[in-house]
Ligand binder design. Structure first.
Ligand code: URA
Length: 272
């Protein structure tokens, strides 16, 4: 194992077989990591699944089976094997994808429909979508291999704002806009206050911008159904300050470190 000591500590890089990884997280943990957390960081399993794998005796540290998920390892020195293979910590990456309609936002679809994974085939890291956009919804979808980041972006406690443009049937009246703004009753409870602007309307349909801070299943569609104006077309145009500028449907770009940092700061500041 080679440690590049020429760099400052915050950006010191460990050279591992097949992987370069930042050491800052290790330093924060005092050079030791819980075995389950280490496995989760490699992307081999979620934290909970890693704990199960360890208890099942499928994980060895330096050739010895360890069944305690809280066992401390030194990622620089210890060799961790899962089912005989050595998972390695991957660089964390986050992409911003312009999801077209006609794709499922999950890694696999039991019905065999196209998934967003087909749009990011050349990415080597095991990324997955951060939250969901419906098959029929287009727009901004983050994808990452960083579970901690994904949890912060999705969890309702962090109230990350999402902006949608929705074309709905009929002419939406101002009383109906007020209902959306205050919160409408859905079968899983009342929605939190939303920001709503009418962009365009005629007797046949209305184009609205809707900003919500929750992320329930088919939430915008159900909110619009609740006021009697079903959605005809739906697009997520922004997520917590990020937008789709420069991207066509099906294209993606990497988020910059500063953008990820800003999102994390926003989530922490929003913590309800
Ligand atoms: N709300 C919806 O109804 N659908 C989406 O895809 C996203 C938000």
């Amino acid at each position: 194992m080679v440690i590049n000591k020429a760099n400052s500590i915050g950006s010191m890089t460990i050279v591992r077989p097949f992987v370069l990884c930042k050491i800052s997280f290790i330093l924060e943990e005092g050079f030791y990591l819980r075995l389950a957390r280490y496995l989760a960081m490699t992307g081999a399993a979620s934290r909970r699944h890693a704990e199960e794998l360890i208890v099942q005796g499928r994980v060895k540290v330096n050739g010895e089976v360890i069944v305690k998920p809280a066992f401390d390892i030194d990622p620089e020195q210890d060799l961790v094997c899962l089912d005989g293979r050595m998972p390695a910590i991957e660089d964390k990456i986050t992409l911003l994808l312009y999801k077209p309609t006609g794709y499922i936002s999950s890694v696999w679809d039991p019905q065999g429909r196209p998934t967003v994974m087909e749009l990011v085939k050349e990415i080597k890291q095991r990324i997955y979508p951060v939250g969901r956009l419906d098959f029929d919804t287009e727009g901004l979808l983050l994808m990452t291999n960083d579970g901690d980041f994904a949890n912060l972006m999705i969890h309702p406690r962090y109230e990350m704002p999402k902006i949608y443009v929705a074309k709905v049937k009929g002419l939406v009246k101002s009383e109906e806009v007020s209902k959306l703004k205050k919160g409408v009753v859905l079968d899983d409870g009342i929605t939190a206050p939303a920001e709503v602007k009418i962009l365009q309307q005629n007797s046949r349909d209305t184009l609205m911008q809707i900003e919500i801070h929750e992320g329930r299943k088919r939430q915008v569609r159900r909110m619009c159904d609740a006021i009697g104006h079903p959605v005809i077309y739906l697009k997520r145009v922004a997520f917590s300050g990020l937008d789709l500028e420069g991207l066509q449907p099906g294209e993606y770009r990497y988020l910059k470190d500063e953008e990820v940092k800003k999102l994390l700061e926003m989530a922490k500041a929003n913590k309800a």
